[in-house]
Every structure is written in structure tokens, then in C-alpha cells.
Design a protein around this ligand. Structure first.
Ligand code: CAA
Length: 220
């Protein structure tokens, strides 16, 4: 959606070479491969993006994984992987771009949270903690960045048609669907539309906010 609106877009992925190749072929979007849970990889990656496309003015932190299991069965690795990817990535990606944004007096950072970071979810102590952390991170960085023309906001999607949601057990998914007032899953476009709105130059008065797109499942 950002590309359709005329931005020069770079996308980062870690796993899924085939999907990445197809996205590039279909859209022409520049694709980069690194792990956003790795700070040094992010530093190097951002430098590579900037040398090809110029300074990063808009950053969308949307990398996320699940390792769903109740806490009494959760391994340390399942905890650490989710926190490192979903929350650690915000530090790892914002840190290399924030100084440039401050110097240029402009920036748009949009962090993807989750309804489950707002309300909790059985089997997701790791994921809910990471996504609640995204909201706190967003507010703190919004405060630090406001006087530099940089906005920092969070979009908190509910259950949408994605591979991540498709992986949820059928019986669990049926019970979740019953709690969504609009009676259906969301679409990725429902989320992208908010991101594109927040990325606009004219959205400069909106910062530190969390926008829900969850079909009424949770009204924060
Ligand atoms: N609330 C209350 N009780 C629940 C429950 C819930 N949501 N889910 C399970 N239970 C109960 C079961 O009914 C069962 O009770 P009995 O023992 O009385 O039969 C008991 O807890 C079973 O507990 P277990 O600890 O053995 O759990 P389980 O193996 O049945 O299920 C799980 C564990 C597979 C992790 C499952 O809870 C689950 O899939 N949770 C996560 C689902 C989910 O929403 N994931 C989101 C992925 S998508 C995403 O995250 C994107 C986004 O941002 C929205």
C-alpha cells in the first residue's frame, strides 16, 4: 500500500526466500534479508538500505512470531525468541534510524502491536508481553521524538487472514471467532490502510497513539 502511494519501499525478511522472491517480482519492491532480532544485522542492513534508497523517513516495525503454549509448558527459548523478534526488533531497527530522523527533523515510525498485547490471550504470555511492550516503547519514543518532527504510533490488529492466524488450532479459532463482533477475520489491508495514513506528512499531530483494528473484539 505504501508503494502504491508513491513511497520507495524496502522490505526486510528473515525466512521464506520463495515468498520474498515473488513479492519482488510482483511489486518491484527492494527486498533485503536479515534477522531483525540481531542488532548488528540491523545496523548493517539499514546502512545497505540507505545506500541504495536514501535515508529512511518511514519505519514500519511489523516483524512478529508466535510460539504459543501455556507458561507451565513454555521453554526459555520460546520466551526469548518471541521477545527478541517482536520487541527487541523495535530497539534494533529504531536505533540505527533515529539519529538521522532527528537530524532531518522528520520521521514516521509505526509499530505493529496486537489485540493480544492489549487484553492478553491464553497460551501467549510471551507474545502478549512482547506486544504490550510495543505499546510502552511507542509512547516513550513518541515523547522523546515529538520536538523533532518524528511521530511514533502503534497499530494493534486483531485476528486477520494471515499465516500466523491460520496456524491456530481449529477448535481454538472457532471459539475466538465467536468473540469478534463483526463476525469475521480482518484483512491485511485493514491494517495497511492505517499504517499508510500514519505515514503521511500531514499526520504530524498524531503521536504516541495506539489504533485498534480488531472487528470490535476489544475496545481499548
Ligand atoms: N480461556 C480459558 N481457558 C482456556 C482457554 C482460554 N482461552 N484456552 C484453553 N483453555 C482451557 C481448556 O479449555 C482446557 O480446559 P480443561 O482442562 O478443563 O479441558 C485447558 O485450558 C487446556 O489447557 P492447556 O494448557 O492444555 O492448553 P491447550 O493445549 O488446550 O491449548 C494452546 C494451548 C494450544 C496454546 C491454545 O491455548 C492456543 O492455541 N492459544 C493461542 C491461540 C491464539 O489466539 N494465538 C494467536 C495467534 S495469531 C496472533 O497472535 C496474531 C494476533 O496478533 C492476533
Amino acid at each position: 500500500m505504501l508503494q502504491k502511494e508513491g513511497y520507495h519501499v524496502a522490505a526486510v525478511y528473515h525466512a521464506g526466500d520463495e515468498s520474498a522472491r515473488m513479492l519482488h517480482e510482483q511489486s518491484g519492491i527492494r527486498i533485503f534479508k536479515w534477522n531483525v532480532a540481531d542488532f548488528d544485522a540491523c545496523k548493517r542492513g539499514v546502512a545497505a538500505v540507505e545506500s541504495e534508497l536514501g535515508p529512511v523517513d518511514i519505519l514500519v516495525n511489523n516483524a512478529g512470531i508466535t510460539r504459543d503454549t501455556p507458561l507451565h509448558r513454555m521453554t526459555s527459548e520460546q520466551w526469548t525468541d518471541v521477545l527478541a523478534t517482536n520487541l527487541g526488533s523495535l530497539f534494533n531497527m529504531c536505533r540505527p534510524v533515529i539519529e538521522g530522523m532527528r537530524a532531518r527533523k522528520f520521521g514516521r515510525i509505526v509499530n505493529i502491536g496486537s489485540v493480544n498485547g492489549q487484553r492478553g490471550q491464553y497460551g501467549q504470555t510471551n507474545y502478549a508481553a512482547s506486544k504490550a511492550g510495543v505499546i510502552g516503547f511507542t509512547k516513550a519514543l513518541a515523547l522523546e521524538s515529538a520536538r523533532f518532527g518524528i511521530t511514533v504510533n502503534c497499530v494493534a490488529p486483531g485476528y486477520c487472514h494471515t499465516d500466523m492466524v491460520a496456524a491456530v488450532r481449529d477448535d481454538v479459532m472457532a471459539s475466538i471467532l465467536a468473540t469478534i463482533p463483526v463476525g469475521r477475520l480482518g484483512e491485511p489491508e485493514d491494517v495497511a490502510r492505517i499504517v499508510a495514513f500514519l505515514a503521511q506528512d500531514s499526520a504530524g499531530f498524531i503521536t504516541g497513539a495506539t489504533f485498534s483494528a480488531n472487528g470490535g473484539q476489544y475496545m481499548a
